[in-house]
Ligand binder design. Structure first.
Ligand code: VTB
Length: 316
């Protein structure tokens, strides 16, 4: 079933207001307060929606997060049943230091259509549209993925650019790229945005790969799906505790490589509002007593992918 278009504006409003709630905390070196503001705003607004929402990706497990925890029910309990993935403040470091790249993110699907997993790391890879899904694989070498990409895109191998989270665990990828003479865009945080840089030519990224947050992987997968891009993810359940939690959620194969259509099924709606200026969207700006905010929205059934600029009167 398609998600009704009325939810587009409602979701945009949710990430817009969450982004605005973070604005006073920019550059204050306090990640926790900024995250709380965004989470509080998002939760309050979700609870006003006429939906029966289930948080499948949230601020953490119930015993660790007081708000928007995995399994929390949100909405007025009237209306359609949705699975909801949230990252009210993706890039807490960016906000604390007032650096580019912070966004507020949400994705919804029909009930049972978003992947339900405990909070863990995920190995991920995303790539542009119109690429044969057998050409790119988490388990291929970087060289093989890139030569297949070059062939599919009819581009010169050396002209390809990849995006990787700047972490010691990615040194092998970074070294390999260097030996292949491939340019790497290193990002310090924010791999929802990183994974989405393959969506449009203007970002000039052909492949995103590496290990980051699992929740961020599921969120990115929703938007990638609407763009027709590719994604694979493998959760890393490397402790007994995580294995137990995964098991309780119905996961038995801990090493499974998930394809995009196993992570996000059917219709989905995704919104990301910029908090600080970033590659995907501009940050919150203050102009004539108004906050100007930019939101990337994707809605699969409507083939919608665009940036909406909103002006919010702060006197209200
Ligand atoms: C990424 C990134 C996040 O965590 O998922 C990353 O998107 C992965 O974790 O913005 P480590 O920092 O532990 O490597 C963030 O940087 C923060 O949640």
């Amino acid at each position: 079933m398609d998600i009704d278009k009325v939810f587009q504006d409602q979701l945009i409003k949710i990430t817009q207001e969450a982004a605005i709630s973070v604005y006073p905390h920019l550059g204050k070196n306090n990640k926790i307060i900024a995250d709380e503001a965004a989470t509080n705003s998002m939760r309050t607004n979700l609870n006003k929606m006429n939906i029966r929402g289930n948080i499948v990706i949230g601020e953490g497990e119930m015993d660790k997060a007081p708000m928007l925890y995995i399994g929390e029910k949100v909405g007025t309990k009237k209306g359609p049943e949705f699975d909801i993935a949230v990252d009210p403040l993706e890039g807490t470091n960016f906000v604390a230091k007032n650096l580019p790249g912070a966004i507020s993110v949400i994705a919804i699907s029909n009930k049972n259509d978003l992947f339900n997993a405990p909070e863990s790391y995920m190995q991920k890879i995303s790539y542009p549209k119109n690429i044969d899904h057998n050409a790119i694989d988490l388990d291929f070498s970087l060289k093989k993925n890139l030569s297949n990409l070059a062939d599919s895109k009819n581009k010169k191998f050396e002209s390809l650019r990849i995006c990787v989270l700047d972490r010691p665990r990615h040194q092998k990828i970074i070294d390999e790229a260097k030996s292949l003479k491939i340019e790497v865009k290193l990002i310090s945080d924010g791999d929802v945005s990183g994974a989405l840089l393959v969506t449009e030519e203007k970002h000039n990224i052909d492949l995103f790969l590496g290990t980051g947050g699992g929740p961020e992987g599921v969120l990115a997968a929703s938007a990638l799906d609407t763009y027709g891009c590719g994604f694979q993810g493998r959760f890393i359940f490397d402790t007994d505790e995580l294995k137990k939690r995964a098991n309780n959620m119905g996961i038995n194969d801990f090493d499974k490589k998930y394809k995009l259509d196993e992570i996000v099924k059917g219709d989905s709606l995704f919104c990301a509002t910029g908090i600080t200026k970033g590659d995907l969207v501009n940050g919150v700006k203050f102009r004539d007593n108004k906050m100007v905010v930019n939101t990337l929205i994707t809605h699969k059934s409507q083939n919608m992918k665009k940036i909406i600029t909103g002006e919010i009167d702060i006197k209200k």
